[in-house]
Design a protein around this ligand. Structure first.
Ligand code: DGJ
Length: 732
């Protein structure tokens, strides 16, 4: 596709050249000079050039770190506009579009200065200031580079000093360019209970857009994550690619546009659809972050880069342990009372789990929450179900030595609620049209500061009254439809953006007072999984679909971009597979249960108790170890993956046989990430039945060198549908 020569447009410069390396604060104010601005994150490098001819900023390189970036100046690579504007000479999709208050729809950005800070060891922060030479509009490109993790985070600030507001139509977080022969896009799509379905296709000339218009959720249909493989398709261990994701919990847009010369621009940010923003003079419009990594060794390394970054910077308390739990949703739904809940608290203890999580249905009196038609918004304990209040349950849990957690959905309201009756002006709904329900509910108008206070007060009020509450599940069960904000009045096009920023304000206020409370991010399953929200959350509910067969694919999908410590997987009664299969599938992330413990046989109970102990012993490796996806369920009728601790002394391997065919045989699995020089003992764990069948390890420990395991491999698991094997691997 790409005619390589076209990317190296001959460029004559009469100006001097220089390369600006990071210092504590480096500032250059000479637009007359051709200048390179390299941004380096470990092995990856993004290089901009200030043109000596037109003073604009260009991207001249993105890829593995260069030994001699200054050669880019010698070879006169022109590059591509770093942040393309609209209205002058750009003929393709812009990163920014503004109409000035005199009606002029053009913007032309020139380099003014840049600075580089080192806010903490291993992290640099580059700011590049661009300005229009005619209108007082300034745009700052910000890049935070994480050297140990090989990750970059890009966002943009837009500000102007015109006499009246300007209208901003496009406001990308990032614009990146590539010059390759072929581009392979891997995208993840889905729906409720079908999250993270992976699909790969080649990009052709023109535009391909991944986006959402859901308002309260980032996704459900398309997910704001992608792999872009350059020149050739990549696999787990080979290929050059970019892995990218947008940290924004609302409408997003990622545009891939291949131009007539075969160059690709990737523009990521808030979805500009129906969202022009009126920006007051002096007010900063700050975009969310686009987070990305470059890997020259396939998708596996890209995922590990993202996991390392996420556990250190991307999710709350990513370096801390998590609580195992028993949830009551799938066992009781709305039908429970105090004695039933106390018996579930007992079950939590019996299983050896840390916490009991009370789900939906505990609130509402005038309109009791006995189903999803009523009560949402009325956050007082239902007196019939909980006559002694939440405090009693917190104490019961404490007496039994387990913690107590609670479900809330504070952004929403049922029309059948006191909240709806008392505050009709707090609700997003269109004038002159009927209310449009999804799960019988409406969305509150979070752009209104009074609503923000209300939402904050639900959490703060509950935690103040019951300080023993040790965990929250924050749900969001609908997207926006027929949405109109009574608060925003004539600025309706700002609703999608202001809603999410208001939500972040509430999250941030909550985190100032409760910095470490574990909170699960949920949205009717995984409808709001993104790094914008995960800054405030310790984990997320991956999907309401807990059938372990489906879960293998769903969890596999998430594993590309999110670390296992954040992915909540529960063992439930959904699916006809064995308890062992369900347990083994849930154990590859953050383990929980939502199961009638009293329906387990003695053998199953003992198996579960042992499995939970195994999990607790190995969870640090699963949560913080390096993930190696060994065999993809998209390629074989099985899935195999393993986690290895940084010292390479402990690993846990999970193998799941899915729908095996008659007579199917599986080849040996070559392990990865081990030390070839070390000796490893392999032991099967989570055994429920010793006569499990041939091919399994039957509790016999065996010893091999790391070299053997990685070059020859092992026969793992059986070609029998819905069976699984977990191996504990210990090296010395
Ligand atoms: C949707 C969530 O995904 C479920 O886990 C459960 O919490 C229900 N909402 C409760 O209404």
């Amino acid at each position: 596709m790409k005619k390589i020569i076209s990317s190296l447009t001959v460029f004559l410069s009469i100006w001097a050249v220089s390369v600006a390396w990071p210092g504590n604060v480096h500032r250059t104010d000479n637009t007359q000079k051709e200048l390179l601005i390299p941004v380096t994150a470990g092995q990856m490098q993004l290089i901009y050039k200030v043109s000596g001819t037109d003073g604009r900023l260009y991207q001249v390189y993105l890829g593995p770190r260069l030994e001699q970036p200054e050669a880019l100046l010698q070879s006169r690579v022109q590059g591509h506009p770093a942040y393309a504007t609209f209205g002058t000479d750009n003929l393709f999709e812009p990163a920014i579009r503004i109409t000035h208050n005199d009606g002029n729809p053009s913007l032309e950005l020139k380099y003014v200065s840049h600075s580089v800070e080192t806010p903490s060891p291993g992290v640099t922060l580059t700011h590049i200031l661009l300005k229009d030479s005619v209108y007082p509009v300034e745009v700052t490109l910000n890049i935070r580079a994480f050297s140990e993790e090989n990750i970059m985070e890009q966002w943009v600030e837009i500000v102007h000093h015109e006499s009246k507001p300007v209208t901003v139509f496009n406001y990308a977080s990032s614009m990146l360019h590539f010059d390759c022969d072929h581009y392979w896009l891997t995208q993840f799509h889905g729906d409720w209970a079908e999250e993270m379905r992976m699909e790969e296709s080649e990009l052709t000339y023109g535009m391909k857009v991944l986006d959402s218009k859901l308002g309260t959720r980032a996704h459900m249909y398309e997910t704001p994550v992608f792999f872009l493989s350059l020149n050739k398709k990549s696999d787990e261990n080979t290929g050059n690619l970019i892995a990218g994701t947008l940290g924004w919990s609302g409408n997003f847009q990622i545009v891939f546009e291949v131009d007539e010369k075969g160059s690709l621009r990737v523009i990521s940010g808030i979805n500009p659809f129906a969202s022009e923003y009126s920006l007051d003079p002096g007010k900063i419009f700050r975009t969310p972050s686009f987070i990305f990594t470059f890997s020259g060794e396939g998708k596996g390394l890209a995922s590990r880069n993202l996991h390392h970054w996420a556990t250190r910077f991307g999710i709350l308390d990513g370096d801390k342990p998590r609580l195992t739990l028993l949830n009551n949703w799938e066992t009781t739904y709305f039908d429970f009372n105090e004695p039933k809940l106390v018996s579930l608290i007992d079950d939590t203890k019996k299983m050896g789990l840390d916490l009991f999580l009370l789900d939906d249905g505990w609130f509402g009196n005038k309109y009791p929450r006995n189903n999803d038609h009523a009560g949402l918004g009325d956050w007082q304990e239902n007196k019939l179900k909980l006559p002694d209040g939440l405090g009693y349950l917190v104490k019961e849990a404490d007496k039994k030595g387990v913690k107590f957690g609670i479900w809330i959905e504070p952004e929403m309201v049922n029309p059948k609620s006191e909240l709806y009756e008392n505050h009709p002006d707090w609700i997003l709904k269109l004038p002159n049209r009927p209310e449009n329900y999804f799960r019988n509910q409406l969305v509150l108008d979070l752009t209104n500061p009074k609503v923000q206070d209300f939402v904050y007060s639900i959490i703060d009020g509950m935690l103040t009254k019951y300080p023993g509450i040790a965990y929250i599940k924050w749900d969001c069960n609908r997207m926006m439809t027929n949405a109109y904000s009574p608060y925003l009045k004539d600025k309706q096009s700002q609703l999608f953006i202001d809603y999410v920023n208001s939500l972040y304000d509430v999250f941030s206020r909550m985190r100032q007072k409760y910095p470490h409370l574990p909170i699960m991010l949920c949205s009717g399953g995984g409808g709001r999984v993104d790094y914008g929200a995960l800054r405030y959350f310790t984990e997320f509910w991956a999907s309401d679909n807990t059938d372990p067969f489906e879960r293998v694919y769903i969890q596999w999908g998430y594993s590309f971009f999110f670390p296992s410590i954040a992915v909540c997987n529960h063992v439930t009664s959904w699916g006809k597979q064995s308890l062992k299969f369900k347990t083994d599938v849930a154990m590859m992330g953050k383990l929980g249960y939502d199961l009638k413990v009293n329906s387990l046989t003695d053998k199953e109970l003992k198996f579960s108790q042992d499995a939970i102990q195994n999990y607790k012993r190995l969870s640090d490796v699963i949560w913080h170890g390096d993930l190696y996806r060994l065999i993809s369920p998209y390629e074989e009728n099985r899935a195999v993956l393993m986690y290895v601790n940084p010292e390479q002394t402990k690993a846990v391997l999970f193998a799941y046989t899915l729908n095996a065919r008659f007579g199917e045989t599986f080849n040996k699995v070559k392990l990865q990430g081990l030390d070839p020089q070390k000796t490893y003992t392999i032991k099967e764990i989570n055994i429920i039945d010793e006569s499990h069948g041939p091919g399994n390890w039957n509790m016999v420990s065996q010893t091999y060198s790391g070299d053997y395991l990685m070059k020859v491999g092992l026969n793992i698991g059986m070609p029998v549908s819905m069976t699984s094997t977990v191996l504990e691997i210990t090296g010395s």
